[in-house]
Unconditional design. Structure first.
Length: 299
């Protein structure tokens, strides 16, 4: 045993760097090779159940408040939520309160369309709106007068001509609001200025660093659960993947029967992160043991 630790201590550090690199790359490139178990957090379960309780034809407002720097954490949960909503025949309305929001929303919708999972039509099944400056002021306007702030959609089409906009005048005309946030404005502003005063159900997905600020709203019931960073995204992806696979077998009319269902990007990223962390812990333990035996040998 002592000989093993002595030999380990003399290993070229480049070998360790290579192993760490492979531990990250392999789960990302071949996610099916490394499938670590994922335990579903209670807050993730609440989010899933809240959306599962929505009915066909319900209207859900999604708010995109993140950019490229936080995309790895938040974007996978946005795609997973969109899949869940469209699989239930729910109407989706997308607003953006960050300058990069429309780009993130467009990327998410492009991913949904490219998956060929659903036969959805812009202006009928979903609608996107461009970025509006003002943060919490925009949220207040959405709460009271949606049409006063949004005159046309992302494609510059007047909202009066869009079938999906019939009956939409303020936040109370939505059955649910979901916020994807990485800062301010974020879920706190939606609670304070729109959903809590107007009694509209609200849930959120955010970066891990924002979770501690959002938990009081979860505990008070003002937020219906929360998707917490990449772990929350991976948990939700897993639940949606299992749900869609089951619905495909049951011939859900909203899901194309010849489509392929993937597990999502956060699922693979969590596996890569977990394997890399585990390997680093092992190397730290072995390195310290190697140092101990080396010192003992010299002493």
């Amino acid at each position: 045993m002592e000989r093993f630790f002595t030999i380990f201590g003399s290993i070229d550090r480049r070998v360790i760097f290579l192993l760490i690199g492979l531990s990250v790359l392999i789960p990302l490139i071949k996610p099916d090779w490394v499938e670590l178990p994922i335990k579903i957090d209670n807050n993730t379960q609440i989010v899933y159940d809240s959306i599962a309780d929505l009915n066909e034809g319900d209207r859900v407002l999604l708010s995109f408040e993140y950019g490229a720097s936080t995309k790895p954490e938040v974007h996978p949960m946005a795609v997973a939520v969109l899949k869940h909503l469209f699989s239930k025949g729910i109407k989706v309305y997308i607003v953006s309160l960050w300058p990069e929001g429309p780009i993130m929303a467009k990327l998410a919708m492009d991913e949904i369309i490219a998956s060929n999972l659903f036969n959805i039509e812009d202006g009928k099944d979903y609608v996107m709106f461009d970025y509006k400056v003002g943060g919490s002021i925009v949220i207040k306007n959405i709460a009271d007068d949606f049409r006063g702030i949004y005159k046309q959609d992302y494609n510059k089409i007047p909202i009066e001509t869009l079938p999906i906009m019939q009956g939409i005048y303020n936040v109370q005309d939505f059955d649910f609001v979901f916020d994807f946030s990485a800062g301010v404005p974020g879920n706190a502003e939606w609670v304070q200025y729109a959903c809590d005063p107007k009694e509209v159900p609200l849930s959120s997905g955010c970066t891990s660093i924002m979770v501690t600020d959002a938990i009081p709203y979860v505990e008070s019931g003002q937020l219906r659960g929360i998707l917490a960073g990449m772990p929350g995204a991976a948990e939700y992806e897993k639940m949606v993947y299992e749900y869609l696979s089951n619905e495909l077998v049951n011939n859900n009319k909203y899901i194309n029967q010849n489509a392929n269902i993937d597990k999502g990007k956060a699922f693979a990223r969590m596996s890569a992160q977990s394997v890399a962390h585990l390997l680093m812990v092992i190397f730290i333990i072995l390195g310290n043991l190697s140092y101990y035996y080396e010192r003992r040998k010299k002493g």
